[in-house]
Design a protein around this ligand. Structure first.
Ligand code: MG
Ligand code: MG
Length: 255
């Protein structure tokens, strides 16, 4: 069931979203060649702690997971699409890094992700990341009262497919609120005019995931969490938590 938020609740969710934005900013500033993924997780933990926020990622254990998630960020490098577990791996020149982060503040969740390169970027990675951001922007622009979930999905998918990229099926956006994953699900591809009507007070995470080779298939790594592209090509991920309002879409996970 889709839970509509009051205007007051959306203001409170904005504060949770701001903490996520601060954590992602800190991670991005910390990221450099030679820095480990655990260092990036530490940078995010520090921001959450200073803000008095909790992590909806830490110890999260959805039905598909055999172990609880051990960190406050997902760190997915190169062929990892999403759900990478931060470990001792040290970033190398040209790596493509996707960082997903959540925060819980005042009982409300914010959820956002960014992708970036460290060191000297490969041109194809820069294009992949730019397209993920463009797909996110297109999805947000479609997140208006009077549209339906399918319009967001279609807008996201059109940008991804139009650039020749693959889309991992079965993963995508979702409602956000008191918990990280609420109804409805927001696919990254779909038909316009279909699905749940968008109403003032809906809060959605929109999160395109793109596979550079144009193929859609992926597999779950032996850690039980990380999704990797089947052909080893690189992937990018971008996400914002967005409130749908009568005044238009409002991005809650910006600084
Ligand atoms: Mg996320
Ligand atoms: Mg999400």
């Amino acid at each position: 069931m889709v839970q509509l938020k009051t205007d007051t609740s959306i203001e409170e969710m904005r504060e949770a979203g701001r903490v996520v934005a601060q954590a992602l900013t800190a991670v991005r500033e910390r990221a450099a060649v030679g820095v480990s993924l655990l260092d990036l997780d530490k940078a995010a933990r520090r921001v959450l702690k200073e803000a008095g926020a909790g992590s909806p990622f830490l110890n999260y254990r959805p039905s598909f997971a055999t172990t609880p998630f051990p960190a406050v960020i997902c760190a997915s490098v190169n062929d990892a699409i999403v759900h990478g577990i931060p470990d001792e791996y040290r970033l190398r020149d040209g790596d493509l890094v996707s960082i997903d982060c959540g925060a819980t503040l005042g009982g409300w969740v914010g959820d956002s992700a960014i992708s970036f390169t460290v060191g000297t970027p490969r041109p194809e990675d820069a294009r992949l990341i730019a397209t993920a951001e463009e797909a996110l922007e297109a999805g947000i622009a479609a997140a208006v009262v009077g549209n339906r979930i399918g319009d967001i999905a279609h807008a996201v998918g059109r940008v991804c497919r139009g650039a020749g990229y693959g889309i991992p099926e079965g993963f995508g956006g979702h409602g956000v609120g008191r918990s990280m994953h609420e109804d409805p699900s927001v696919p990254n591809e779909g038909r316009p005019g279909r699905g749940v009507p968008l109403r003032h007070g809906m809060v959605l995470a929109i999160e395109p995931m793109l596979i550079g080779s144009g193929r859609d298939d992926y597999y779950e790594a032996s850690d039980g969490w990380t999704l990797r592209t089947s052909d080893g090509s690189r992937a990018a991920h971008a996400e914002h938590t967005v409130a749908i309002t009568d005044a238009g879409p409002r991005i809650l996970t910006r600084l």
